[in-house]
Design a protein around this ligand. Structure first.
Ligand SMILES: CCCCCC/C=C\CCCCCCCC(=O)NCCO
Length: 578
């Protein structure tokens, strides 16, 4: 055989191997996609069937006391349940009916928890703090027999074999987990949709976003379909939905509430793990939930949680608090309604006799964007490998498409895009630039630890120099915008929330006002004063038409001071109502 013939044979052999490998790869890919599609359709039809069955079942029920039940706070409900003036079946059925109505309006539910009816039959036990109270669970709260799929079909049909500690504690206290709620795909954005269960809408105006990632809880509680719920927060996910839907939320310090049995999206990200915490219709209801969570049973079930039972003296303390405030964090100028909410709250608290301290210059000493930049960089510290693997063969939610498209581009185009983005939004430009290098090194991990330490130290020393008990500031620079186009684009608006995750400070949100005509008019002035800010136009566009939307305030206290945070939130709530 001639040399030329041999070379030809080797080349054609190699080409055939490559073609066969490519063919096998595309067949496997197609099969995986088809399997994912099947799983998705199965989950969707299961949900539709469950909702129809529940609707039919509830027809046989009489709802004479509905209005009364839906208007009571959790402590009031509890009192009536204990006295026997209401039964848990009455309360749960009423909330099931309300949840179905909320779902019709907002698409907030992913599953009905069928076992809830059985739990209604349990007699009250001594010391139960949530007897007969319905609780909604974000989809990532571990529940035996149910799957946490984060909006990805490949993770469907993997039911957990055990309840998370949170759910065990709730059940121990007689609570009734009754529905599971929607989240944005992978819980990594502030959006509210995923390809399995679709888009969740705002509770107050259905053409607006409910925020994310605890979107379903926000929309459900905000529209009256549940009194309390549990969600998670790694960068604002409990607080943004509270602010957008007019409800209350508390992000406790990581370590106050057990995470055992909740499936983390990407395990091992110890620089900024998610905090699990309560959301509810009012502060007192959230306090009831927090009292049950921070109780001895949690410390028995998870020995890694320090035994810090809820301290009622701190919650009810009449101390004259010293409270800092700011309405601008140096990154994103808050829209007029959000600024007004800070002023309004400041007046409520100072009328109460608290000492208010102007912290408007803090941003000159601390860069509030460090929080979100570190959270993003750390989540993707493996060079985006886990995220890309998770999304492989998955239908992508619209909120991810651009971003994943970016990661798949040639490096020189990525650099160009990162540069162009940084011209209008330096923080997002820096985040994108870091992703291009895909440097997954130990040095980078250590650097993250160092940045976190420095950031925490800066906040601690500013806090101490002012001798503060708390700070009030916006939960986010905007109120609920329309879904899809705005939340990713106005990412820097979320730096008000994410700053408190890497410091592990406690952060709560309570509604204080609604957008009015004047706020809407003041957007013209906002645009004029922020002409040089390229995000201002989009911010105004997303804000217009928002009259009537809720606006919240964020209350921050140092790590593990949940009771003080709730105390101040309660004073604000009282001041707003009277
Ligand atoms: C422009 C879209 C970027 C998408 C990809 C971002 C990847 C990582 C970002 C991390 C940002 C964290 C947002 C956190 C939201 C949250 O609190 N989730 C709760 C998780 O329990």
């Amino acid at each position: 055989m001639t040399m030329a013939r041999k070379t030809l044979l080797i080349c054609s052999g190699l080409t055939s191997v490559l073609i066969l490998r490519w063919l096998a790869h595309s067949i496997i890919k197609r099969q995986k996609k088809a399997k994912n599609e099947q799983k998705k359709l199965k989950a969707q039809s299961k949900r539709a069937e469950q909702l129809n069955n529940l609707k039919a079942e509830l027809k046989q029920f009489s709802f004479e006391k509905s209005e009364e039940i839906l208007n009571l706070t959790v402590p009031e409900l509890l009192e009536k349940l204990i006295k026997g003036e209401l039964t848990s079946l009455q309360v749960v059925s009423t909330y099931q009916k309300a949840a179905l109505a909320s779902h019709d309006q907002t698409n907030c539910l992913v599953e009905i928890i069928n076992e809830s009816k059985e739990l209604c039959n349990s007699p009250i036990q001594q010391g139960q703090l949530l007897y007969g109270i319905p609780v909604c669970l974000k989809e990532d709260i571990g529940l035996k027999g149910y799957t946490t799929c984060f909006g990805c079909a490949k993770w469907l049909e993997q039911p957990l074999i055990e309840d998370s500690v949170i759910v065990k504690v709730l059940k121990h206290h007689g609570a009734i987990p009754f529905v599971r709620t929607n989240l944005c795909q992978m819980t990594l954005t502030y959006e509210s949709s995923n390809p399995i269960y679709g888009e969740t809408l705002n509770a107050v105006q259905n053409d607006r976003s409910p925020g994310g990632s605890s979107s379903g809880n926000g929309a459900l509680i905000g529209s009256g379909g549940s009194p309390i719920g549990i969600g998670s927060d790694m960068g604002g996910s409990l607080r943004l939905p509270a602010h957008f839907n007019g409800i209350v939320a508390l992000k406790p310090s990581v370590g106050r509430v057990s995470s055992k049995g909740c499936k983390p999206l990407f395990p091992g990200r110890e620089i900024n793990p998610p905090a699990y915490g309560p959301q509810g219709k009012d502060v007192q209801s959230v306090v009831s939930l927090m009292k049950a969570l921070a109780s001895n049973i949690m410390y028995e079930l998870d020995e890694t949680i320090p035994p810090l039972p809820f301290n009622n003296d701190l919650y009810e303390s009449k101390k004259n608090f010293r409270i800092g405030y700011f309405d601008f964090n140096g990154v994103f100028p808050a829209v007029p309604a959000v600024k007004r909410a800070v002023e309004h709250t400041k007046n409520i608290l100072s009328n109460k006799g608290y000492e208010m301290v102007n912290c408007s210059s803090w941003h000159e000493q601390i860069q509030f964007q460090v929080g979100v930049e570190l959270i993003t960089d750390h989540t993707l510290i493996d060079g985006c490998k886990e995220m890309m693997a998770a999304l492989d063969n998955e239908e992508l939610d619209a909120s991810f498409q651009q971003f994943i498209g970016f990661l798949r581009m040639p490096k020189f185009i990525q650099r160009l895009i990162a540069h162009m983005v940084s011209l209008s939004d330096q923080s997002t430009g820096r985040i994108l630039a870091k992703m291009i290098n895909r440097d997954a090194s130990v040095t980078k991990l250590f650097e993250h630890g160092r940045i976190k330490q420095e950031y925490k130290e800066k906040i601690r020393s500013l806090w101490e120099s002012e001798n503060l008990d708390a700070i009030i500031c916006p939960p986010c620079g905007v109120y609920a915008p329309p879904p899809k186009k705005y939340m990713n684009a106005v990412g820097p608006a979320t730096t008000y929330a994410s700053a408190w995750n890497i410091t592990n400070y406690v952060a709560g949100v309570v509604p204080v006002t609604t957008v009015n005509e004047k706020d809407e008019k003041d957007l013209d002035q906002y645009l004029e004063s922020n002409k040089s800010n390229p995000l201002a136009k989009l911010t105004c566009e997303g804000s217009r038409g928002g009259v009537g939307l809720p606006v919240g305030i964020q209350v921050i206290t140092p790590p593990f001071r949940e009771e003080t945070c709730l105390n101040i939130m309660r004073q604000i709530e009282k001041g707003v109502k009277y």
